[in-house]
Design a protein around this ligand. Sequence first.
Ligand code: ATP
Length: 224
Amino acid sequence: MIEMRDVGFAYPREEALFQGISLELPRGSFHFLTGPSGSGKTTFLRLCIAELLPTQGRLTVFGQDAAGLGRDAIAGLRRRIGVVHQDTQFLDHLPVAENIALPMTVAGQPVDMQAIRDLLAWVQMGPQARTMPPALSGGERQRAALARAVILSPDVILADEPTGNLDWDMSLRLLQLLIELNRSGKTVLIATHDLNLIRAAKQQVSARVLRIAGGRLQAAGAEL
Ligand SMILES: Nc1ncnc2c1ncn2[C@@H]1O[C@H](COP(=O)(O)OP(=O)(O)OP(=O)(O)O)[C@@H](O)[C@H]1O
């Protein structure tokens, strides 16, 4: 689904953040991405959706070389990748249901109210459909963000520290939703600092753990 060959990346006028990254996220796989704060996890996710392009090497998304893709092609591939952003990024003046519908509106699709109701029920947020985002708890925000990320039924789900501010029970609930998505065939990548979350996931799914450190991406140690 997403493949990197000897990829390096540097922000403009900065030293290389990483180099020599080769990996493949096959269809239906489950990956975790760990690494110290500032090692480049968010940057790596932005590369995966071709929001940033490698400054070295080759990035292929759904079989297409990300370099030289036109705006329409990039918009098309982003519709196939759902992202749960670290800061959730809701429009605070729109109720939860409208926020979840936004990817449909942006994609020029008619808003499918039944799909939105089904998703709200799946994340156990039916009663909050009309709630404004600032009134949501941390766990509700993350669940709503996950619902929004999957409203277009993407093939790949990328989640950036989705359990960052959640207590353990809520972290496990969110993890369970991501595991369900993976069991339904979706490719899942979760960036997280939380090694307990990774351990909990590994009891249920066969997950690979990647670690970015010192500009390199490696398989994490056997202690996980
Ligand atoms: N737009 C940008 N321009 C220049 N440098 C940037 C930009 N965005 C991020 N950086 C730098 O790149 C490095 C990696 O940032 P990134 O957010 O990818 O790390 P991270 O591993 O996700 O961090 P955290 O775990 O704290 O969220 C940091 O040093 C950051 O300051």
